[in-house]
Ligand binder design. Structure first.
Ligand SMILES: Cc1cc2nc3c(=O)[nH]c(=O)nc-3n(C[C@H](O)[C@H](O)[C@H](O)COP(=O)(O)OP(=O)(O)OC[C@H]3O[C@@H](n4cnc5c(N)ncnc54)[C@H](O)[C@@H]3O)c2cc1C
Length: 431
């Protein structure tokens, strides 16, 4: 063992681990953050090369300054600098066409998204979503919830839009309670989506700076091999370089990786069963580089009846590309039920390129560079009923004392990256 004794050792420097390390060191705790990769940020990591900021995942933050990510940075006294996106043009792709994306109930009345009778039925349902108690609906799907009172086939297809707000576009798969809790918060927020200036680089750099400013230590390119447990109490970690003792051990990586650093036998069987069956979402993301802007769309495109999301990154934030270069990111979720095959990403890329040509004719001939990422994990936890808020493991481990779990697979508020941020806030509040 080294002599060093920390108040907390945190395993993994994604949004969750970085936020927890920053918040705990701000509180005066002696913190060590260990990250196996040479780069900080986890699924939000970035690389700067040739004047581009290449992001692994280009991130938007739900509800901008009113959202959960913003709370962490307010607490640290370093608010996120969001780009002013008022007046941006955002679209939905539905039934083979682009439609302006409505931002309010009134906005739906001026679109041609749905035939009139379906639109009225949808708006009646949406009113119910805004009034219903989310707790009563976590265990049912959005489609079940709609079918209690409605049966319009157009509306059933359009529900994909509501599901996609929590990144599960299939209304027969997504937990109604998760959609309800998000849309109720969203209805009160003036801005639905925040784009940080400089992308995730801004958040990662601010969190790293806060940790160092408050005396926290970061060890990158060091892998935790074992969480050390003595008589049912977590007491530290063994890495590929050293041993560290700590009063608290925080596992800040997706929970399915837990049993690589601890034996299953330390945990209750239902927990082991849950963790070994967690289903993440998977996808493909392609950054396309052009020598000219190929569209003036600034607010992106979201698929309603296909799991597509498009961000015209350099139209929103020119700082992520060198002068004269333009970057668009087109991404698609892969079917969570189909076996991971090598053909699925190729099929998704072909589908994306067909769509690009359909929506922006001639643009594929103007691609000067492309970077394709196959994403084995987009969200660590697909928000379906069995993985909805009440079912996710809590932050405080009930089986091993002084062991904590944070990150987007645990029981904390929000969806996607917001779960990671809110779990860090909760941890900092409970230690
Ligand atoms: C392409 C893409 C786009 C996305 N877009 C959005 C978006 O717009 N909005 C949003 O809210 N969310 C988005 N997400 C989801 C979001 O990125 C995640 O929810 C969030 O980053 C999860 O953070 P985390 O800290 O929980 O986990 P991670 O980012 O996975 O971090 C875990 C870290 O732990 C490290 N680690 C694991 N095991 C060990 C070990 N043994 N020793 C040391 N280190 C270890 C890993 O290397 C990793 O860095 C997107 C994800 C992707 C992939």
């Amino acid at each position: 063992m080294t002599d060093t004794h920390y108040d907390a050792v945190i395993i993994g420097a994604g949004f969750a681990g970085l936020s927890a390390a920053a918040l705990l060191s701000q509180q005066g705790r002696r913190v060590l953050l260990v990250e196996k990769s040479g780069r900080l940020g986890g699924r939000a990591a970035y690389i700067e090369r040739d004047g581009f900021v290449w992001q692994y995942g280009q991130h938007s933050h739900r509800l901008a300054g009113d959202g959960i990510a913003a709370r962490v940075f307010e607490r640290l006294g370093e608010p996120i600098d969001f780009i002013d996106t008022r007046g941006n043009t955002a679209y939905l792709y539905f039934d083979g066409r682009l439609h302006r994306r409505p931002e309010s109930v009134g906005g739906f009345l001026t679109t041609s998204l749905l035939p009139w009778a379906a639109l009225l039925d949808f708006l009646r349902f949406y009113r119910r979503v805004l009034k219903e108690d989310a707790n009563a609906w976590y265990d049912r799907t959005l489609l079940d919830f709609y079918r209690e009172r409605g049966r319009n086939p157009w509306v059933e297809r359009f529900l994909g839009f509501l599901g996609f707000t929590v990144m599960v576009s299939d209304p027969g798969l997504v937990s109604a309670g998760e959609v309800i809790q998000f849309l109720q918060r969203a209805a009160k927020a003036p801005i639905k989506q925040g784009e940080p200036r400089g992308g995730s680089r801004q958040l990662i750099d601010k969190l790293e700076a806060a940790i160092r400013r408050h005396g926290g230590e970061i060890h990158a390119a060091e892998r935790v091999e074992t969480i050390l447990v003595e008589r049912g109490v977590a007491v530290g970690v063994k890495t590929d370089r050293a041993h560290y003792r700590a009063g608290k051990v925080v596992f800040a990586a997706p929970l399915p990786g837990l049993f690589r650093v601890m034996p299953e036998s330390l945990f209750a069987p239902p927990f082991v069963d849950y963790v070994t069956h967690i289903r993440p979402s998977r996808g493909v993301s392609i950054d396309f580089v052009f020598n000219e802007p190929v569209t003036d769309i600034t607010g992106g495109i979201l698929g309603v009846d296909m799991p597509l999301w498009v961000k015209f990154q350099s139209n929103i934030d020119p700082s992520i590309a060198p002068a004269g270069k333009h970057v668009n990111t087109w991404a698609m979720l892969l079917d969570p039920d189909s076996p991971a095959s090598r053909d699925a990403p190729d099929a998704a890329e072909a589908r994306i390129k067909r769509l690009m040509e359909e929506l922006i004719p001639g643009c594929t001939d103007r691609i000067v560079h492309q970077r394709r990422l196959i994403l084995p994990m987009v969200n660590g936890n697909m928000l379906m009923p069995s993985q909805s808020y009440p079912h996710r493991p809590s932050i405080i481990c009930p089986d091993v004392r002084n062991l904590y779990f944070i990150g987007d697979t645990v029981q904390a508020e929000g969806c996607s990256g917001d779960i990671a941020f809110s779990s860090a806030l909760e941890l900092a509040g409970s230690l």
